[in-house]
Design a protein around this ligand. Structure first.
Ligand code: ADQ
Length: 463
């Protein structure tokens, strides 16, 4: 079996708790099952870039990290990745920022990663590059002469062509994807948009999974990420979860709990969620006091203005809704800005009658799957899920809603609260089946198999 080298922006370990993106959670699980090495930014800023690599091993995961300069972080991470690509790829061209410095910084940092990874690579290694921070990395590695199998996985949506063309030098960026052997997306929809772009904008051709551009053929596939299902199910039955569940239940005093768990990000539809819940309160005065929305949203990317704005908006909105509906002994929204260790999180999910997951656009969304996996099989809660999450293509037995419609959300909350046990069980079992079948190990093997199939020896790209 070949050694796996995973490269992503950040290297972090779910066992450490705190704020964790879905990517980190999934990759640590995948790496633990292989004898791989994970390369990324340490999260530290250094005055002058040295390229020095820090090697560590934690929880069976070997890591190699580098520090970046402040300018790198501003232009590459806060800039091109999170002010340009993230909003654009989540269909938000209204807030995407285009600046030459960002693009320059993005390429510079990717080159730094290529320089870091290159000496670690042995001829039989398989390389797996992750996400929008690292799109051109594969091409840079090819230019250094590496013929290894290299795969790329995009964890966020691929935008429709008409939106993508708003990005300066869009075709240059997309072209770099043709240095990989396999390019993966979560869903057919994102894959379809990618193919459409290549055909219509670049004059490439598509033949099944094979996409060709200028004499280079890659495999482009849909491969939905899953959660570490056995681990999460076990966590939900563990002591820490039970303790947390009990603590939450006590505080609820027999009220039904609706839970939301998200990084504080404008793509997650938190404002729409609060508005939908407010609509539910307005529509159902008889149910006031019987329900509480617990929204857990640790701050994320706080140096980016649009994130500061969404935070301020949500603070105000939660305050307004609570001000309007609260009573001396009942607060309709508990809004919590912190992260929880995963075993405690499992207990919070399990205590909730409803999981409310309402992104406006999401590559997949692992919270939806975690909520389902944490439920008590004898008395499961109901998942309400946005149609615009990748997860909606798999979890068809959730109550699927349009998050832009407060009425639809309000109706779904009412329906979930009234749903008979038999129906809850039926829906839960159907969702659980797919969550267990297509979990994170399945995802990793499915992608790795494609990569394994890809040509073992290939010609290096022309410099
Ligand atoms: P994210 O946008 O980070 O991931 P998501 O898939 O929901 O979104 O994953 C979030 C993860 O962070 C979950 O595992 C969740 O448990 C954890 N988390 C969130 N809030 C937390 C809290 N308060 N305490 C503890 N843990 C918390 C990106 C894409 C997604 C895609 C994933 C994986 O945006 O669409 O599903 O990558 O590919």
């Amino acid at each position: 079996m070949s050694r796996l080298i995973v490269i992503s922006n950040r290297v972090s370990r779910p066992s450490k708790g705190g704020e964790q993106g879905g990517l980190a959670v999934a990759l640590a699980a995948a790496l633990r099952q292989s004898r791989g090495i994970w390369v990324g930014w340490s999260g530290n800023v250094t005055e002058k870039f040295t390229g020095q690599i820090a090697f560590n091993e934690d929880d069976g995961v070997k890591t190699a990290t580098i520090d970046l300069e402040e300018q790198d972080v501003d232009e590459y991470y806060n800039g091109y990745a999170n002010k340009t690509l993230w909003p654009l790829f989540h269909f938000r061209i209204d807030i995407a920022e285009y600046a030459r410095d960002f693009e320059g910084g993005y390429n510079r940092v990717n080159q730094r990663f290529a320089d870091t990874v290159s000496p670690l690579v042995e001829p039989d290694d398989v390389l797996w590059v992750h996400d929008y921070h690292m799109i051109p990395l594969g091409q840079m590695l090819r230019r250094k002469g590496h013929r290894n199998r290299i795969g790329f996985f995009l964890h966020i949506p691929w935008p429709p062509t008409r939106l993508l063309v708003s990005l300066p030098h869009h075709s240059k960026l997309v072209e770099t994807l043709f240095a990989y052997d396999v390019v993966g997306f979560h869903t057919e929809e994102w894959l379809e948009s990618f193919r459409h772009y290549v055909e219509k904008e670049m004059g490439g051709s598509v033949d099944g999974d094979h996409v060709t551009l200028g004499g280079r053929t890659i495999q482009a596939i849909a491969c939905p990420i899953g959660i570490d299902a056995p681990e999460f199910i076990a966590a939900s039955k563990g002591e820490a979860a039970a303790k947390m569940q009990e603590q939450v239940r006590k505080s609820l005093q027999d009220r039904a709990m609706i839970v939301g768990v998200d990084r504080l990000d404008y793509s997650k539809g938190l404002e729409e969620r609060f508005n939908g819940y407010a609509r539910f309160l307005k529509d159902n005065p008889d149910i006031h006091r019987q329900v509480v929305l617990v929204q857990i949203a640790p701050p994320s990317r706080g140096e980016v203005e649009s994130y500061q704005e969404i935070r301020a908006t949500l603070d105000a909105l939660a305050g307004r809704i609570n001000g309007e509906y609260s009573d001396v002994d009942w607060t309709p929204i508990r809004y919590v800005n912190q992260g929880y260790p995963r075993d405690q999180l499992a207990g919070i999910y399990r205590a909730a009658r409803i999981g409310l997951v309402t992104p406006l656009r999401d590559g997949m969304n692992l919270v939806a799957k975690e909520y389902v996996a944490a439920q008590d099989p004898e008395d499961p809660g109901v998942l309400i899920l946005s149609r615009f999450a990748g997860a909606a293509t798999q979890l068809k037995d959730a109550l699927l809603i349009n998050p832009y419609s407060p009425e639809e959300m309000s109706d779904a909350i009412g329906k979930a609260l009234r749903m008979p046990l038999e129906e809850r069980k039926r829906r839960w079992q159907a969702m659980m089946q797919i969550i267990e079948e297509q979990d994170v190990s399945w995802w990793r093997s499915a992608f790795a198999m494609r990569l394994e199939d890809a040509h073992k020896v290939r010609e290096p790209q022309e410099a």
